[in-house]
Design a protein around this ligand. Structure first.
Ligand code: GLY
Ligand code: MN
Ligand code: MN
Length: 439
């Protein structure tokens, strides 16, 4: 059995059972599908990569791990790809037992009856929800007879989220790989970007490099925003020409063996920052470096957010974007006009990864950083192009700098440190021979 599954079982309540579904394929249009991406929790526990499977985990059974899977089917496999089938599920994925998925519905009562607690996450998989609700309703009706349905239902992500939040050394290795591929892709983009190119050409450079290095693809849709497109937080059209004198914001990360990287860099399209761009850039960079230092054991997620707000509010005052006492500006949330997102998030299999941000029910006590957590650090300043209250020279400038940081025992490790962010270093990199030769 996979280590993760064993650790999950160790944390399950006595006399409980868990049902964890795989993802399904999703229609893109008519009869074509999006590229399949396995559900992260299911992948984490089972490692099984196919759609339409269900894991049943019953710790008190001699064979605790049953995988219901798509059975082998030569015709289907000829059209749509190989399947492990029940044999492969046991042989290659260490299931104690495997059954064709078609049997799952009729097995449900046999599987669940006699357990006090069911671990199941409702509202992810509607057809499976219906099946489980129908089972519960039927068996509750039959309670005077022989049925004994679980009386308590627990969301398994309470356990799985916490496990996923604290990365094992094996996971860190995969995350470092995702981070390195992504970092190199960003470096490539810095070297190759020139005025007159289109955003989609930079997108293609970055994504081709990631794939070429063995990433399954991007961990989220790349944001390639030239000029004031950088002030649109989730700009993904990526189809405008890149102008001489503008900045380019790239937020792009690879997914490698199920793990995400998430990097943002902002650099001048022609290789040289204007003085105004550099003024804003220096402030964001200083805040980013301070917030990276802050991301260590003992500090909290919420503390870091407040710290970033304080520093950026000071920075906005320095630039003349805000006027007044820092304390009042923070109280009024004046900074929201130019800094409207969080300073970072957990990173792992999902780009916005699993795990709770609070340690209590009131959502007041923020979680302290602990070794093994990976978080992004991504402050930004976005000055709308039509913001008449901002000094004219800053209008339309959007800057974010984002790295991926692993909390360690005595500090932290920046997994994405390889991509330059010092403005002088960026300018030096962009003056490389290959760029001057126009290659
Ligand atoms: N790329 C998504 C994020 O930075 O959160
Ligand atoms: Mn991020
Ligand atoms: Mn990002």
């Amino acid at each position: 059995m996979r280590k993760q599954l064993k650790r999950f079982i160790d944390q399950m309540e006595p006399n409980s059972i868990a049902i964890i579904p795989a993802a399904h394929e999703a229609t893109r249009s008519y009869d074509t599908e999006y590229k399949f991406r396995q559900d992260s929790d299911f992948m984490y526990l089972t490692g099984f990569p196919e759609p339409d499977a269900v894991a049943v985990i019953d710790p008190r059974s001699k064979k605790p791990f049953t995988l219901y899977v798509r059975p082998r089917d030569l015709e289907m496999e000829t059209w749509f790809g190989r399947r492990e089938g029940v044999e492969g599920a046991v042989k290659n994925y260490k299931a104690d037992k495997s059954q064709p998925i078609e049997k799952f519905a009729s097995d449900l009562a046999k599987l669940l009856d006699g357990h006090d607690i069911l671990y199941y996450r409702f509202a992810l998989d509607k057809p499976l929800d219906r099946l489980i609700l129908r089972y519960l309703s039927n068996q509750r009706m039959r309670r005077l007879k022989t049925a004994y349905p679980p009386h308590t239902i627990i969301d398994p992500t309470v356990i799985i989220g916490d496990m996923r939040l604290h990365k094992t050394p094996d996971e860190v290795e995969l995350m470092q790989k995702a981070a390195t591929i992504s970092a190199e892709a960003h470096i490539l983009a810095m070297k190759k970007t020139k005025p007159g190119m289109n955003e989609f050409q930079v997108e293609s450079l970055i994504e081709a490099y990631m794939r070429e290095q063995g990433a399954s693809g991007v961990a989220y849709n790349s944001i390639i925003g030239g000029g004031d497109n950088a002030t649109i937080l989730h700009y993904v059209e990526n189809n405008r020409p890149l102008k001489d004198g503008d900045l380019l914001l790239i937020d792009a990360g690879a997914e490698y063996q199920g793990y995400a990287a998430d990097i943002t860099r902002t650099f001048p399209i022609n290789g040289n920052f204007t003085p105004a761009q550099r003024e804003v850039y220096d402030i964001v960079l200083d805040v980013q470096e301070k917030c990276i230092d802050y991301t260590k054991t003992g500090n909290t997620v919420k503390g870091r957010q407040e710290y970033s707000i304080e520093l950026l509010t000071e920075g906005m005052k320095k630039l003349g974007l805000l006027k007044g006492k820092t304390e009042d500006l923070i109280k009024k949330k004046a900074y929201m006009k130019y800094y409207m997102h969080g300073v970072g998030h957990y990173l792992g299999m999902d780009v916005h990864d699993a795990g709770r941000y609070f340690t209590d029910q009131t959502a007041k006590n923020s979680r302290p950083f602990a070794p093994g957590m990976v978080l992004t650090v991504e402050p930004g300043l976005y000055i709308p192009p039509d913001d008449r209250s901002a000094p004219a020279k800053y209008r339309g400038i959007g800057i974010r700098i984002e790295d991926d940081v692993l909390v360690t025992k005595d500090g932290n490790l920046n997994l994405t440190a390889k991509v330059p962010k010092d403005p002088d270093e960026i300018e030096a990199l962009m003056q490389t021979k290959s760029r001057r030769a126009g290659r």
